[in-house]
Design a protein around this ligand. Structure first.
Ligand code: CUK
Ligand code: CUA
Length: 764
């Protein structure tokens, strides 16, 4: 009773004071006043109202940005640009226990290269899984440029499930890009190197260094890349850059551009002009045009050779079988982006002021007619640029990447040198609008802008430099993602978002409604394998199993209790602790740590997590829950006792506190009072149509569950009272009260929800 009267009183007081103060502030200050005080223009206000998402409301789109060198993925909402989550991918992420629990360590192990852990990642290009060329919201892929790896993230729980390392590449850039039904995830080499893991002198560059494109087979049912069914096409030692998969009429083909087709090898130490000069000498480089569907058939028919366990189709075979062609593209091209209808391919030349738009039909016609302008030094047929160009449009300096609008024929291209975005029409070859960017834009992204059906509305510019945009934080600046309204004829800059994790290369955004993430796991799930965990433990089945040199704990977590409360081991023991979060309630995550043993876990509702360590130092080590999960979160604790070897138990009398019948009676009064409040809350809920609100239904389930746990403690305090053991009686009565508090807390949340969502009275 106390609790509620106090709580309610506190609420009233706070609200009262707040309202009084706010009321005067509100009434004293008009919108005009605020604009004046803060120096805001009409334009600012318009921009603010286009990005503001009021409390309780949600964003229309969810963006997945690479977290650059952090090796993570950043998730944020559009248009609010509020950051929602960092997903640990290639690197440990302590909050989520990623890289600390055994389940996620297994995932990170997949990213080892030559047996070594790599604890950073140059994450570059996120790609959402597609069905018929449209985002389906099921999976996200992202690549690591420095250490050629691809990761798979399941969007049911936004967790990384798999990392695969490329066994033959030494670096990559053009990944991850998916084919229209996510049959394959494309990954292309950046810097040519020998496929074999051996030394080859630079003098043998042309003969033995190689580029390539790997097609990682994705098994959607398993939610994993099937390494055995993946393959690579060997390519010349041109620095392959970005890729895109054809769709619609061009489905089955993929396009990968390149720079440094000069095959220049620098070395100013040996008096040779530097790489950047030699690699941009020619006026054109090559776009690689690859028939991946036919390539997959060739692999199935045994036309590939194994290199370090990877099926590789040699250039010779690729040429002979007619699955590989080259087309010149202007000077050091960067992005290659297929139009939503799959008919055209846009290539921007970093050192050319044009974007070049190629026609897939024309490419096919040339191939069919066998019309080539020649061959490259490796015998790959070269189709002429003029036979395949649809149009070329002069945009400005340093064009890089292109994304598409929901409006037909409209494209947006980033221009690094000009620090601008150009809006243009690729059907008619016309520039429509330009907007200044702050500063030096790399990628840009429109809503679902590389899918078959872009959604338009917003564009995000991913800028390489922020310079003067934000409060200074030292020489290393945040990155700047700028939100631009593209719904009208003229682009309008809406918002600057500093990103404190660099360098975010690319971002993809999906209609928020397409995502269907879960809120809890089936009890006992290993989230990384999506299978029941061997350590799964249900309520009442907690146990500690001791074997020589080993202690294995099967524990559970539920507000506000860790079972077991004591773990006793001997120095040198290998300790394994499985923890299952028994909560059903949304957002009731518990954390777990053991002091100074570098152990941490995040255990979301239903999940089972395993931590393992060697108890290599004796002593007393508190363990506790690291998420503020409940009013008694701080009391969610226990002790790991590491005894020296050969320790002899000595009987120590337990400290005994003095409790009297009066203490027990006080408890009973408190319980009765609290029950009255619970009854009134329950009365409110059940007298309304709460069953129409799924969120409330799950709260009610959770509250009922808490109340159900009361019975056992009640029996215990009554039993103890009968015997006159007032300590036992008082403490078990306190436990009953704790369950009541939790149930009441949940009940009040449900009541507030019903009030705020206009629940109606029923019956009577
Ligand atoms: S790349 Cu083009 S600006 Cu690595 Cu996608 Cu960064
Ligand atoms: Cu569980 Cu704090």
């Amino acid at each position: 009773m106390k609790l509620f009267s106090k709580r309610t009183a506190a609420l009233v007081t706070v609200a009262g004071i707040g309202l009084a103060a706010a009321a005067s502030a509100w009434s004293a200050e008009s919108l005009q006043d605020v604009m004046k005080r803060r120096g805001l223009s009409q334009q600012d206000l318009l921009a603010a109202s286009k990005t503001y998402v009021p409390t309780g409301k949600r964003d229309d789109f969810v963006a997945f940005s690479s977290g650059g060198q952090s090796g993570q993925v950043i998730v944020y909402g559009i248009p609010s640009m509020r950051i929602l989550k960092y997903i640990g991918v290639f690197t440990p992420e302590p909050w989520q226990g990623y890289g600390f629990d055994e389940e996620s360590k297994e995932v990170l192990k997949g990213g080892r290269i030559d047996g070594k852990d790599i604890t950073w990642g140059d994450t570059h290009h996120p790609a959402l899984s597609e069905t018929n060329g449209d985002y389906d919201g099921q999976f996200l892929f992202i690549n690591d440029k420095a250490n050629p790896r691809i990761a798979v993230i399941d969007l049911r729980d936004f967790e990384t499930k798999q990392i695969v390392a490329n066994p033959i590449f030494k670096s990559e850039h053009g990944g991850a890009f998916v084919t229209p039904n996510t049959e394959y995830v494309i990954e292309a080499v950046q810097y040519p190197a020998p496929f074999a893991k051996k030394f080859v002198p630079l003098e043998r560059f042309n003969e033995e260094y190689r580029g390539g494109v790997t097609y990682w087979k994705f098994d959607r049912k398993a939610g994993k890349i099937d390494v055995k069914k993946s393959f690579t096409i060997e390519l010349p030692p041109y620095s392959q850059d970005l890729s895109d998969a054809g769709k619609g009429p061009s489905d089955g083909w993929s396009f990968t551009n390149s720079f440094c087709s000069e095959r220049y090898v620098g070395g100013i130490e040996k008096n040779r002009p530097p790489y950047e000069a030699g690699c941009s000498a020619k006026d054109t480089d090559y776009m690689h045009v690859i028939n991946w569907k036919k390539a997959a058939e060739l692999v199935a028919h045994g036309k590939a050779t194994k290199v370090n366990g990877m099926d590789v189709i040699s250039m010779n075979t690729a040429v002979k079988e007619g699955i590989l062609f080259l087309i010149p593209e202007p000077k050091s091209p960067h992005g290659v982006d297929v139009t939503p209808d799959g008919k055209l391919i846009t290539v921007a030349g970093k050192l050319d002021t044009h974007v070049s738009v190629y026609s897939f039909d024309k490419i096919m016609a040339a191939i069919k007619a066998g019309k080539f302008e020649g061959k490259d030094p490796y015998g790959i047929p070269v189709i002429s640029m003029k036979d395949t160009l649809h149009t070329q449009v002069q945009l400005g300096l340093g064009p890089l990447h292109t994304q598409y609008d929901s409006k037909p024929c409209i494209a947006y291209t980033s221009m690094y040198v000009d620090s601008q975005v150009a809006k243009w029409n690729y059907c008619e070859g016309k520039v429509l609008d330009k907007i200044n960017i702050h500063y030096n834009i790399g990628h840009l992204m429109t809503m679902e802008g590389d899918s078959a059906h872009p959604k338009g509305r917003y564009l995000v510019a991913l800028n390489k430099l922020a310079i003067d945009r934000f409060n200074p934080v030292g020489p290393l600046h945040p990155q700047n993602h700028q939100l631009i309204d593209i719904s009208g004829d003229k682009m309008q800059l809406l918002y600057d978002m500093p990103i404190p994790l660099g360098e975010p290369h690319y971002v993809v955004a999906i209609n928020a409604k397409t995502l269907k993430p879960g809120i809890r796991y089936k009890v006992g799930t290993n989230s990384r394998t999506d299978k029941p965990s061997a350590g799964a433990t249900h309520a009442g089945e907690e146990k500690t199993v001791k074997k020589p040199g080993k202690v294995e704990v099967f524990g559970t977590l539920i507000r506000s209790h860790i079972t077991p409360e004591t773990i006793e081991v001997t120095k040198g023991d290998e300790v394994t602790i499985h923890l299952t979060n028994l909560e059903r309630a949304e957002d009731e995550t518990h954390g777990f740590t053991v002091s100074t043993y570098n152990v941490h876990a995040s255990v979301e509702p239903g999940k089972t997590v395993t931590v393992k360590f060697k108890a290599d130092k004796e002593g007393v080590f508190p363990y506790y829950c690291t998420e503020f999960c409940s009013a008694l979160h701080l009391e969610m604790e226990g002790y790991l006792l590491v005894k020296p070897k050969g320790y002899k138990e000595v009987k120590v009398a337990a400290a005994k506190a003095d409790y009297t019948k009066a203490d027990y009676d006080k408890q009973l009064k408190k319980i009765a009072g609290t029950q009255a409040v619970i009854d009134s809350v329950v009365g409110f809920i059940t007298s309304h149509n709460y069953k129409d609100f799924p969120d409330v239904v799950s709260l009610v389930e959770d509250a009922t569950d808490q109340l159900g746990r009361m019975k056992e403690s009640k029996a215990k305090h009554e039993e103890a009272a009968k015997k006159g053991d007032w300590q036992q009686a008082t403490l078990w009565a306190e436990q009953v009260f704790q369950y009541q508090v939790k149930a009441a807390d949940i009940g009040l949340r449900a009541k507030t929800y019903l009030e705020e969502h206009g629940a109606k009275k029923v019956g009577k």
